[in-house]
Write a protein that binds this ligand. Sequence first.
Ligand code: SF4
Length: 258
Amino acid sequence: MKIISLGAGVQSSTMFLLSCMGKLPRADVAIFADTGSEPAEVYEYLDYLRGLSGTYGIPIETVTQGSLENDILELSADKRIASIPFFIKSGTDSGGMSRRQCTAEYKLRPIKKRVRELLTERNEKKADVSIGISLDETQRMKPSKVNYMENHWPLIDMRWSRLDCLNWYERQGLRTPPRSACVFCPFHNDHEWKRIKDNDPDAWSRTLAVDNAIRKHPRFNHEVYLHREMKPIDEIQFGEDPSQISLFGNECEGYCGI
Ligand code: SF4
């Protein structure tokens, strides 16, 4: 069984479309793990891909572990939540990022559950899972930790970078995907934060709500922030440098930002 892990961002959508067009081995299904926290443009793009998938016959399934955003906003002192990579201001972890479990719990876990169900339905033992890591992010390639999934990285095999993917959309006359990530993800660089603030009022107000919620909350022992300067996000003067490194390289499984 061949599965595409679809984030509806640039790289994973490229992989999906190449598979639809027969330029990569044909997938049986593409799985989108919904954190309930993506910007509206990602869900719109997913609908666009669903329209194409009807033409090409590769189904897109959505799986979810619930809304990470709502879980943060509704967090109570005694409730456990998967750790998000917040910036920590004080205490023994001063200046560091909190441990990240959100990808494993809100993306990988529901994908693994669905893969197990599909394998059982088909009476198969193992699935090939294509992950949309491009040549500029090779450090994110990691083998699967479960024996029923074998990870593959077709864009690496093709030696395609993220820019190669974007150029391909232009040549094909296809709509360009947005960046796929939770609106409030601390891995964003300043260019991305500024783009959200200037162009997506809904995503920005959701980001402000999460930023407020995490700091006031008794669940955290230290002051935590979404931005690396460790100030409230609405006080940050975002730099203009588009080459400032984003921190998605820290998301080593390759399920976010693609
Ligand atoms: S995009 Fe960021 S906040 Fe969302 S699951 Fe991935 S690492 Fe966590």
